[in-house]
Write a protein that binds this ligand. Structure first.
Ligand SMILES: [Zn+2]
Length: 348
């Protein structure tokens, strides 16, 4: 099979590799669409040497495909099924998994993160991670579930319901997915960030208010607070020092902040106490099926966020675009790995 492998930062090449065999509990999936997001860009650049310790290495987490072959003991899916899987794996039997909190699996084996690779013709996936796609959900939509699943988890933890207001920090891949999900759940959405066309995309995805920034790192919170615009619920999607600092400035007394990653907090215990701030960590989520239902019902529109499509052979160009200054004008990027226009009729 052909697989995209990183040989060094910014050096992604398509090479021939043996097609893997599914072992017990595993499924071999023929990849159709892969949509890179921030973590992939971090891996591509190996920012701060934090993402990759040895080369070559595969890349890609958010994808969709068709079941090609099931390993022993797999009976939930079968060859030909259209599926999607997120990065986190789980045991399926511990107390948290039994309660549907599979992203917080208690089994130590699943607490160390194993990289999912999707930028290749076939990928091996643990069967319990797979979600079957409703017929009306496209392979492209199903390759963009990570942001919405994170957002759903965050909104649930913050206790938001229809009509409530949420401020979403960042309008990258994760932020745009979060905005679309907020819209689907009938939240009032304020998008903060974006210095290029991504701010327009935020509006198209359903944000009720958009506050772009004139340049990277701008202190927009100061402007918003000067206009009495503090925030009762914030989802921070940039996982950056800037986004986290903006979140802590914007949060109103009694406010909630959901974090998806990033460096040190700009806060002491007193910061939390004085404003009774509530902090939530968002580690993926378990709402894949619910997100797929929202797409199938026509409530969640992810397709409008797609800016560019690349062929598999152009995978390096796609990642290079997302790592460049031009990315501020680009929404989601899809890498077409399988021939999904014809895939439905011929699950060979
Ligand atoms: Zn578990």
């Amino acid at each position: 099979m052909r697989s995209a492998q990183l040989f060094a930062p910014e050096d992604l090449r398509i090479v021939e590799m043996p097609t893997p065999e599914p072992e017990a509990g595993q499924v071999l999936v023929r990849v159709m669409a892969y949509s890179p997001y921030g973590t992939d860009v971090g891996t591509y650049l190996n920012k701060g040497g934090r993402y990759v310790s040895e080369y070559p290495i595969g890349i890609g987490a958010d994808f969709s495909g068709i079941v090609e072959k099931c390993g022993p003991g797999v009976d939930d899916v079968q060859r030909g099924d259209r599926v999607s899987a997120l990065a986190l794996d789980h045991c399926g039997t511990c107390a948290n998994c039994s309660n549907g909190r599979t992203n917080l699996c208690l089994d130590p084996e699943f607490q160390t993160f194993v990289r999912q690779t999707a930028c290749e013709e076939f990928t091996l996936v643990s069967a319990c991670k797979l979600a079957r796609l409703p017929d009306v959900v496209s392979f492209e939509e199903a390759a963009m579930l990570a942001g919405p699943v994170d957002a759903l988890n965050a909104f649930e933890q913050m206790g938001l319901k229809a009509g409530d207001e949420v401020t979403i920090l960042g309008v990258g891949a994760m932020g745009l997915g979060a905005i679309a999900t907020a819209k689907a759940l009938e939240l009032r959405t304020i998008a903060v960030g974006g210095s290029g066309k991504r701010a327009e995309l935020a509006r198209r995805m359903g944000a009720d208010e958009v506050h772009p920034i004139p340049h990277h790192g701008y202190d927009l919170a100061a402007d918003l607070l000067a206009n009495d615009k503090s925030a009762a619920a914030i989802l921070e999607t940039t996982a950056s020092a800037w986004g986290i600092e903006q979140s802590f400035k914007l949060a109103s007394p009694g406010g909630a902040i959901a974090l998806t990653g990033g460096p040190d907090l700009p806060a002491t215990a007193w910061t939390l106490v004085e404003r009774e701030l509530r902090l939530f960590g968002v580690k993926g989520g378990a709402g894949q099926a619910q997100i797929l239902s929202l797409i199938a019902e026509g409530k969640l529109d992810l397709a409008s966020g797609i800016s560019r499509r690349f062929d598999f052979e152009e995978a390096n160009d796609a990642l290079a675009l997302l790592a460049s200054e031009e990315a501020r004008d680009v929404g989601r990027v899809i890498i077409r790995i399988g021939d999904y226009e014809n895939a439905k009729e011929t699950p060979s």
